[in-house]
Design a binder for this molecule. Structure first.
Ligand SMILES: Nc1nc2c(ncn2[C@@H]2O[C@H](COP(=O)(O)OP(=O)(O)OP(=O)(O)O)[C@@H](O)[C@H]2O)c(=O)[nH]1
Length: 414
């Protein structure tokens, strides 16, 4: 089953806390992704598109609110790929952006970095949103390598600014789409894959907070895991169904291409695991899933689990894993932490045994900073993804746990 075949259900629990969401697509690529999403009308989720390009905005048939910014300054034209112009445009549009960036507890941003509008405007929208106490999670694509090093450099610079302004930034390198596509798949279908990655993340967080849950993950717990964390984010999706549902889900999670990129954090101190499953899911199945997931991705981490039931596909499970680390990179005032939730029962601090032949890792805040700084855009070929903490699995001098495309030197130019 493909990820996009999994259904989205718009039912919200009448007792659910009224957590409100906004999904904002910024710039050409960010707006395209939002406009392409097969988003049902979800209660409490508003959508908006922000762009400088009048023609591009006009062509979207999406029901999202559309906002052309700085028409006087830009004359309804894009910045032509100039991030400096993007920043100027953002500043000139500050008043217009304030109401767009407010009015929701959680704001998701969809932005394609590398050009001027998305990279220039998204950080300011994030800043305004966080000033209004929203939790801001951005999904940011990075340019294809074939677009040249200048675009990539611009994207990296914008990414730094975005990370400073957001609570979490989940990067989706367009080069991954090249690896996943086939000779016969259309460009639109290939681009949809990145849209789906974003959609699953949005839907997963929405479901956990708005739909009836077996195990509650509330807004306060989520805030604690995300707030003021500007570092790299671990983000992986998995799904399974049928007889070997748990093995299949774990296998799919392990193979998630997003785990094997340099922008994905390998070490996190908070791990959020959202499980959406049919009502037939059993406690031993949840235990099997969680044991493996927390051992692989959240060694020494606070693990927050939310489980919501969806009987649209009673024999299917969807899992979304998001990990964050406090790296202290945010340069704006840190909001006051909200009071602890009454219902924080899903939060545990799981201590895991060290893998065979390795010393247990004792993490301090400072240590987390160092870990985080180890990862740069370069060096993807040295990374082992989900196997980072396990022993080498060597065969003829090759580490079989590294993705094939990395072992064979088919590198994503990051
Ligand atoms: N995945 C994906 N990436 C896109 C899409 N459209 C554009 N991009 C990427 O986004 C980068 C930035 O392009 P745009 O989003 O059009 O630029 P912008 O932010 O609107 O900025 P300007 O047009 O320069 O003012 C490009 O270099 C592409 O890598 C899309 O539909 N999907």
């Amino acid at each position: 089953m493909d990820l996009h075949e999994l259904p989205l259900t718009p039912t919200a629990s009448p007792d659910a806390p009224p957590v409100t969401f906004k999904l904002i697509g910024i710039g050409g690529g960010g707006a395209n992704a939002l406009a392409r999403l097969p988003l049902p009308a979800l209660d409490g989720l508003a959508t908006a598109i922000i762009d400088t390009d009048r023609k591009a905005i006009a062509q979207h048939t999406s029901p999202a609110e559309k906002h052309l910014i700085a028409p006087d300054l830009r004359g309804g034209l894009s910045t032509g790929g100039d991030p400096e112009l993007g920043r100027e445009t953002a500043e000139a549009s500050r008043e217009q952006l304030v109401p767009l960036a407010t009015g929701a507890d959680i704001i998701f941003l969809s932005v394609a970095l590398g050009g001027g509008t998305g990279g220039g405007v998204a950080p300011l929208v994030a800043e305004l949103a966080t000033e209004n106490n929203a939790l801001v999670i951005a999904f940011a694509t990075l340019p294809f390598s074939f677009e040249g090093s200048r675009r990539m450099r611009q994207a990296e610079e914008s990414l730094v600014e975005l990370r400073r302004a957001c609570d979490a930034v989940i990067t989706l390198p367009n080069d991954l789409l090249l690896q996943q596509t086939t000779d016969t798949e259309s460009v639109t279908d290939a681009l949809r894959r990145a849209d789906e990655w974003m959609l699953r993340g949005v839907h997963s967080i929405y479901s956990i907070l708005r739909r009836p849950s077996l195990i509650n993950l509330d807004l306060a717990s989520l805030r604690r895991a995300f707030v003021s964390r500007g570092g790299k984010t671990l983000y992986a999706l998995g799904h399974g169904s049928g007889e070997n549902i748990i093995t299949q889900t774990l296998e799919s999670l392990k193979m998630c291409p997003l785990l094997h990129i340099a922008e994905t954090a390998r070490k996190v101190d908070h791990l959020i695991v959202n499980i959406i499953a049919g009502s037939a899911i059993t406690l031993p199945q949840i235990n099997d899933l969680m044991s493996v997931i927390s051992a692989q991705y959240g060694r020494d981490a606070h693990v927050l689990m939310g489980t919501s039931i969806s009987d649209d596909q009673p024999d299917a499970i969807q899992v979304c894993v998001i990990g964050t680390t406090d790296v202290g990179t945010r340069n704006r005032p840190v909001r006051a932490a909200p009071p602890p939730a009454d219902n924080a029962n899903a939060e545990t601090n799981i201590q895991h045994p060290a893998p065979k032949g390795k010393k247990p890792v004792v993490k301090t805040k400072g240590a987390a900073n160092q870990d985080q700084e180890e990862f740069t855009f370069a060096g993807a070929d040295q990374q082992r993804g989900t196997f980072e903490n396990s022993d080498l699995n060597l065969f003829e001098d090759q580490d079989l746990d590294r993705p094939t495309y990395l072992r064979k030197g088919i590198k994503i130019q990051l």
